[in-house]
Design a protein around this ligand. Structure first.
Ligand SMILES: *Cc1c(COP(=O)(O)O)cnc(C)c1O
Ligand SMILES: [Zn+2]
Length: 429
């Protein structure tokens, strides 16, 4: 576990100020809690050491260790080592319904704790151990995060895999399955009487008070670094699935992903920028951010063409993207702009319909925030934002088992019958 030499340092995403890799803060001090830092890598050194067709033979995000700003974390054979490496499915039937011939689904509900957040938490836990961060409780050091549920479950799971104590701040209204998951992984869970944004602020205040290491989405630069690995995977998997000629990888034309804090989108963008800088792909796909109509701060800033994200009073059944002030919103808006993508907003009803369609036509069970990405594609196809033969990847960010209440709303109720063949016959008409 040594910090790799290709990790050069950080650059402030707001003012461009640089910090060396020994910088002990999380954000650029000039902007309060909002000066998120980009990790800077030595692409020449990485390119000289590895090539796209000669990566470590590991079926997880650790396959891309040579492109990450952390050293080998060890813990081979544990869930921490199993994060990422999720399937990319060809969604022929789902695509046909929209007149699209080249639709793919990246199912990140298939992570160890069943959401995309495992990618960030695995890399943050590796980083925390590498630098010995946090205040010791017993022999181990505490890592904290605020979460709508999934980031906490991911941190609790990844940390639990290596015996590291964690404290999770989540809103009291988080879906019961997510809260149960936190407790099952042995986290200290503090449900706050407030929303995610308030939990975020309180967790930062508590971390300052007690000296804990902070995983919070966007605020910790290593979250985007973990999330970028999904971009690596989708390019590599597309290349393999289509036998695209080497030596590099084939990138999709368009990627759809839901946006709450904006960190998944900005993480995917970072991954694509890394690959382009290394010459492993020759173009960066258009990124389409999908927000719920009731939680659309980034979409508004994008539509207004501005660089300040005004908070909203968020209200959507897609709890994982129910965010007043996106903590990585500016990087997400910029990523959409520079890739000539778009933001799309979808109703809660459209999200429920998307859960049903993904299950029925692609056998992917998504939680509402995951299905939102597909709901965004449905709308984008209707509005002509995508072309019929483009290669499109839709990312499902979380498993439907996380929110059974929403699934039941989407799926309706099964028939209940008496114990007779006659009742079966009647039920089938
Ligand atoms: C966190 C999360 C998102 C949104 O990610 P952001 O980085 O907050 O934009 C989407 N879907 C699921 C299931 C999530 O857990
Ligand atoms: Zn700055």
């Amino acid at each position: 576990m040594t910090i790799p030499p290709h990790f050069l340092g950080y650059r402030c995403s707001l003012c461009g100020e640089t910090f060396d890799r020994d910088y002990a803060g999380y954000v650029c001090p000039a902007h309060g809690d909002l000066g998120n830092l980009d990790v800077e890598l030595d692409y020449a050194a990485i390119g000289a050491a590895v090539s796209p067709r000669a990566l470590p033979a590991e079926a997880s995000l650790w396959r891309y260790l040579p492109l990450l700003p952390v050293g080998d974390p060890g813990f081979v054979g544990t869930p921490l080592r199993a994060a990422g490496g999720t399937p990319l499915y060809r969604a022929t039937r789902l695509g046909a319904a929209l007149g699209l011939t080249n639709l793919w689904l990246k199912d990140d509900g298939r992570n160890p704790t069943a959401s995309f957040k495992d990618r960030a938490s695995a890399v943050v836990v590796a980083r925390a151990r590498e630098i010995g961060a946090g205040v010791p409780r017993g022999l181990e050091r505490v890592v904290v995060t605020a979460s709508t549920g999934n980031a906490g479950a991911a941190l609790a799971g990844m940390a639990g895999a290596v015996g590291q104590p964690v404290v999770i701040f989540a809103p009291e209204t988080a879906p019961p399955a997510k809260v149960a998951q936190l407790l099952i992984f042995g986290a200290r869970v503090l449900l706050v009487r407030g929303n995610y944004d308030q939990a975020f602020d309180l967790s930062l205040a508590a971390a300052r008070e007690f000296g804990w290491y902070v995983r919070n989405t966007g605020y910790n630069a290593f979250t985007a670094e973990g999330k970028k690995t999904a971009a690596f995977e989708m390019c590599e998997q597309l290349t393999a699935a289509t036998n695209a000629p080497g030596p590099g990888w084939a990138a999709p034309d368009v990627v759809f992903v839901s946006v709450g804090d904006g960190n998944i989108l900005s993480g995917l963008h970072k991954g694509l920028v890394d690959l382009a800088a290394l010459g492993w792909i020759n173009r960066v796909p258009r990124l389409i951010g999908v927000q719920a109509e009731g939680s659309a701060a980034c979409a508004r800033a994008w539509a207004d063409g501005c660089e300040t994200i005004a908070p909203v009073s968020a209200n959507t059944l897609a709890d994982s993207i129910n965010v007043d002030l996106p903590r990585d919103g500016l990087r997400a808006v910029r990523a959409v702009r520079t890739t000539r993508g778009a933001f799309v907003t979808v109703s809660d009803e459209a999200i429920l319909e998307a859960i049903a369609a993904l299950g029925r036509d692609a056998a992917v069970f998504a939680e509402p925030a995951g299905a939102a990405a597909y709901a965004g594609l449905v709308q984008a196809a209707q509005r002509g934002l995508v072309r019929a033969n483009e290669t499109i990847v839709v990312v499902n960010t979380g498993s439907g088992l996380k929110d059974v209440k929403a699934a039941r709303q989407a799926a309706g109720r099964p028939q209940v019958i008496d114990l007779s063949l006659e009742a079966v016959r009647r039920a089938l008409v």
